[in-house]
Design a protein around this ligand. Structure first.
Ligand code: NCD
Length: 308
C-alpha cells in the first residue's frame, strides 16, 4: 500500500503531477467537489496542530469526502497503552486513508507498515513533515515560477524543525539551488541532513549565524519557530527563542522579489508589520497547503483503488 512518510516517497514527476493537480483544483474547484464521495479520511493527531489537521479535513470535505478523527494523545486508546501498530490495524477498518501526527520520529512509518490503507505523515517528531513541504513547493511555484536556480535561506531552529529537513530534501533535488543555513550554533541542521543530503549530492550551502548578512543574496527566506517542545530544558529554549526576529529594518537589503515563507505557527520570529509587505507569503502558504493535500489525498486514494 502506497504511503507518504517522507519526501523521497514522491518522485520528481509525482511532485510535478501534484502541483499540476493543485493548480487545476484552484482553477476548477467544482470539478473535484465529489471526487472523494463516500470515502473517509481519519486524522490522528497526537500533537498540537491547527493548520495541518484542519487543512487535511477541509481538503477532504472539499473533495466531497468525510472525516473521522482523534485529537490529542489523551483521548484515544493510545492513552491506555495501545501500540501504533494496533491503532493502524484498527483505523484501517474504519477509514480509507490516514493522516497522522505524532511526537515520535518514525511513528508514521510504523503506522504505514501496519495499516492496510494509505498513511500520510503529518509530522513525526523532529524528523519530517512532507505535506508542509508540498505547501512550500506550491508557494515557491506560484511566487517564483520555478524550482531551480534559487538561493534559499532557512532561518531559526534548523535542528528540530522538521519542515526544514523535508524542504531541504525536496529543493536539493532540483538543479542550481543553493542553501544558506542561518541558525544559532546549537540549532544547526542535523548531520543526517547535511551529510546524507547536501554533501552527498554536492549541493552548495553555507552556515551562518548572521541573518542580515545573508539577506541580500536570498530569493526565498524560510523563517521557523524555535521548537520549544523538543528542548530538554526550558532555560536553553528561553535563551534561544528570540535569536531571530524578522522586521522591516532587517529586510532593508533584501531583494525586491524575495519570498518570505514560514510554516507557522509564528511566535516571535516575524514582526507583525512584515505581514503587510508584498513579499510575505506565509498566509498564502496556508491556503496552498490545502490544495496540495487535496491533490495528495486524490492521488493516494486513486492508487489504492487501482490496487484492489
Ligand atoms: C510546523 C510543524 O508542525 O512542524 N507546523 C505546521 O505544520 N505548519 C512548524 C512548527 O510547528 O513550528
Amino acid at each position: 500500500m502506497r504511503s507518504v512518510i517522507d519526501i523521497p516517497d514522491l518522485s520528481l514527476d509525482e511532485l510535478k503531477e501534484l502541483i499540476d493537480v493543485a493548480m487545476d483544483i484552484i482553477a476548477n474547484p467544482q470539478k473535484y467537489a465529489e471526487a472523494c464521495h463516500g470515502k473517509k479520511l481519519a486524522t490522528l493527531f497526537f500533537e498540537p496542530s491547527t493548520r495541518t489537521r484542519m487543512s487535511f479535513e477541509a481538503a477532504m470535505y472539499e473533495l466531497g469526502g468525510n472525516v473521522i478523527s482523534v485529537t490529542g494523545a489523551g483521548t484515544s486508546s493510545a492513552a491506555k497503552g495501545e501500540s501504533m501498530a494496533d491503532t493502524a490495524k484498527t483505523v484501517s477498518c474504519y477509514a480509507d486513508i490516514i493522516a497522522v501526527r505524532h511526537p515520535k520520529e518514525g511513528s508514521a512509518y510504523v503506522m504505514a507498515q501496519n495499516a492496510t490503507i494509505p498513511v500520510i505523515n503529518g509530522g513525526d517528531g523532529g524528523h519530517s513533515h512532507p505535506t508542509q513541504t508540498l505547501a512550500d513547493l506550491l508557494t515557491i511555484y506560484r511566487e517564483k515560477g520555478r524550482f531551480e536556480g534559487l538561493t534559499i535561506g532557512l532561518c531559526g531552529d534548523l535542528k528540530f524543525g522538521r519542515t526544514v529537513h523535508s524542504l531541504i530534501q525536496a529543493m536539493s533535488r532540483y538543479n542550481g539551488n543553493k542553501f544558506v543555513l542561518i541558525s544559532p550554533e546549537e540549532l544547526k541542521v542535523p548531520s543526517y541532513v547535511k551529510k546524507d543530503v547536501l554533501q552527498q549530492r554536492g549541493i552548495p550551502y553555507e552556515q551562518t549565524t548572521d541573518l542580515e548578512g545573508a539577506m541580500p543574496q536570498l530569493d526565498i527566506l524560510y523563517m521557523t519557530r524555535v521548537q520549544r517542545e523538543r528542548f530538554f530544558n526550558e532555560e536553553d529554549y528561553l535563551r534561544l527563542k528570540d535569536s531571530y526576529i524578522l522586521n522591516m529594518e532587517k529586510l532593508k537589503n533584501a531583494k525586491p522579489d524575495l519570498a518570505i515563507l514560514h510554516p507557522l505557527p509564528r511566535v516571535n520570529e516575524i514582526s507583525v508589520a512584515v505581514d503587510n509587505d508584498p513579499r510575505a507569503c506565509y498566509f498564502k502558504q496556508v491556503l496552498n497547503g490545502k490544495y496540495m493535500r487535496m491533490a495528495l489525498i486524490l492521488k493516494l486514494l486513486k492508487e489504492a483503488q487501482n490496487e484492489h
